[in-house]
Design a protein around this ligand. Structure first.
Ligand code: GLC
Length: 580
């Protein structure tokens, strides 16, 4: 089977060079370094903390870790505002620590993926400082524009356009040094880079090469659909106002007040992504592995699909946020099927699907779907074809932590200026420290403070307790990772059926191999599931993973026409005979 994953890309004087396309059916585990494990007692997670815990990740079975940004940064947006793409943030460690992490990961067979943030840097970046000073080498690196004179008061200057930051209020900030405004689609400290500048585009490629040379296995690429703004040359060298959206309840300070036709999803974006993909492919032979590239862009489905490229152009894997955005705790089996089918239907032939069940920007899986659906949603992400992306803590069912207004750190929440409503947009609850055990501060730190409070329920929801328990979300998750290695899950056909509103059955079938099935009962009552209508499934099935709400144990045998599914049970099965 492994041979099938090896893509022969070149024949060199008598030797065949094979490239391992390891990511086609991988489990990628997202680490938010600040909140994963603190090794030095300062209350902030760090690289050595991650290195200490790699053995646990190996035990869990993940293929790769994706590290949210670890680079030098003033941390206004917790690392997504980068001062120097080639330096490590001192609070996370040193380059030696990073090298040690890489070497330990390599030894354990875990690949490392970095977060690449191309839309903006920090305003403390040397590039920005020089750009503000109009240094000819950097002058065009950012989006600069003259202010407009206020028609009501000629002594007053207004921003170049009505554009609004994702985090609210004007997206333009005046630089007294350059005497012009710069664009920042996120916080004021995150000036937008100018991709119409050839030199900048080359510079950003060098950043990719720097980390590829260090042996990383790919990148998650941040906020790609905001990389380009409309070409001002088309509008007489000015940036035009965006039209008002008419969204109820919004004010001119709100992002949703406008239709972002000039600041998102510009056509030029896709070509840059294809160029970066080609750059990554230059390392195929050198490292004997294909690099992964996952792009973050909250946009329409057709726009998402353009990132994939087509038959002749390789693109990225556009992160699939349907799980986060289109499903909720009341979604029925039919709703879930529709969401999955949509992605599989629109995805260009030959490309790889992906399933994201959480990230550092969204409410946690257990809080979005309720604790009864933790196993079901983890199972779905694991049995479906393609890449499974797990945010740290989802494997043990962590819930959103409570973070008071006083403790709030997320700029998106702070920008609301509203102690009553900050929690509606705050991303802090999903970023509270990882629950390692039930000791003080969840075993996250040896110190006595943490940068965000630890969630109250760590005494009961923690890794150590779940490793010790006969049944747990973690054990189920780990069994599912093992199941994902089976040939049918790696390469089989997908058949997804909603047998009724409450029962979803996911089947993976590969001729000559055992069939693999996942069944979820989304209802609050016991159901006897009859799979006779799935004709290709052999009669006898073995339980491979049994969720916390199920009564059958791992290894139990069942017949396909009668499977007892208690309320909220998620069960993964394998056929004893080969199919089909
Ligand atoms: C992405 C990141 C988010 C960050 C933003 C700006 O959406 O996931 O955390 O705030 O980009 O870089």
């Amino acid at each position: 089977m492994r041979a099938a994953l090896l893509l022969v890309v070149a024949v060199l004087v008598g030797t065949v060079v094979s490239v391992d396309v390891w990511w086609e059916s991988a489990v990628v585990y997202q680490i938010y370094p600040r909140s994963f494990k603190d090794s030095n007692g300062d209350g902030i997670g760090d690289l050595n903390g991650i290195t200490q815990k790699l053995a646990y990740l190996k035990e869990t079975g993940v293929d790769a870790i994706w590290l949210s940004p670890i680079f030098l940064s003033p941390m206004y947006d917790f690392g997504y505002d980068i001062t120097d793409y080639r330096k490590i943030a001192p609070e996370y460690g040193t380059m030696d620590d990073f090298d040690a992490l890489m070497s330990k990961a390599k030894q354990l067979g875990i690949r490392v993926i970095l977060d690449y943030v191309p839309n903006h840097t920090s305003n403390e970046s040397e590039w920005f400082v020089k750009s503000a000073q109009k240094d000819p080498n950097y002058s065009d690196y950012y989006i600069w524009a003259d202010g407009k004179t206020d028609p009501e008061d000629p002594r007053k200057l207004l921003p170049p356009s009505n554009w609004v930051s994702v985090f609210r209020k004007s997206a333009w900030e005046y630089s007294p040094v350059r005497k012009q405004y710069y664009l920042h689609q996120f916080v004021i400290g995150q000036p937008d880079l100018n991709y119409r500048c050839d030199k900048l585009r080359e510079e950003m490629k060098e950043v990719l090469r720097f980390w590829l040379e260090k042996g990383v296995s790919g990148f998650r690429v941040d906020a790609v659909n905001l990389m380009y703004e409309v070409d001002p040359a088309k509008f007489g060298e000015v940036y035009p106002d965006e039209p008002v959206s008419g969204t109820a309840g919004t004010t001119p300070d709100d992002y949703d007040y406008l239709n972002h036709i000039y600041t998102r999803d510009q056509n030029e974006t896709y070509d840059v992504i294809y160029e970066w993909r080609a750059l990554l492919d230059e390392y195929n032979d050198k490292h004997n592995e294909s690099k992964i590239m996952m792009t973050e862009g909250y946009t329409t489905l057709p726009n998402m699909m353009r990132y994939y490229g087509n038959k002749s152009i390789n693109g990225s894997i556009p992160l699939n946020f349907a799980y986060l955005e289109e499903l909720k705790n009341t979604s029925t089996a039919r709703d879930i099927k529709m969401v999955v089918d949509k992605w599989m239907t629109f995805m260009p032939t030959g490309k790889i699907a992906n399933w994201v069940n959480g990230n550092h920007d969204k409410s946690r899986l257990a809080s979005r779907y309720g604790i009864n659906r933790i196993d079901a949603m983890n199972m779905l992400a694991m049995i479906l074809p393609g890449v499974t992306i797990t945010y740290q803590g989802e494997e043990i069912g962590m819930t959103d932590g409570y973070v008071s207004w006083r403790d709030t750190k997320d700029p998106q929440a702070c920008n609301t200026d509203d102690p009553m409503n900050y929690w509606r947009v705050s991303r802090d609850p999903a970023r509270t420290p990882y629950h390692w055990d039930s000791t003080a501060l969840a075993g996250f730190t040896s110190g006595n403070t943490t940068w965000l409070p630890v969630a109250d329920n760590y005494h009961t929801v923690n890794l150590a307790a779940q490793v010790a328990a006969p049944k747990s979300h973690y054990k189920f998750y780990k069994d599912m990772v093992a199941l994902k290695r089976l040939p049918a899950v790696r390469a089989g056909d997908l058949d997804l059926r909603a047998l009724c509103d409450s029962v979803l059955v996911i089947t993976r079938l590969l001729p000559g191999q055992s069939a693999v099935l996942g069944i979820m009962n989304l209802s609050g009552g016991e159901i006897t599931v009859n799979l006779s209508s799935l004709r290709l499934i052999p009669q006898q099935l073995t339980v491979e993973a049994s969720g916390v709400n199920c009564s059958l144990d791992k290894g139990a045998q069942v017949q396909k026409h009668s499977i007892q599914m208690p309320a909220h049970c998620a069960l993964a099965l394998k056929s004893s005979q080969i199919c089909c």
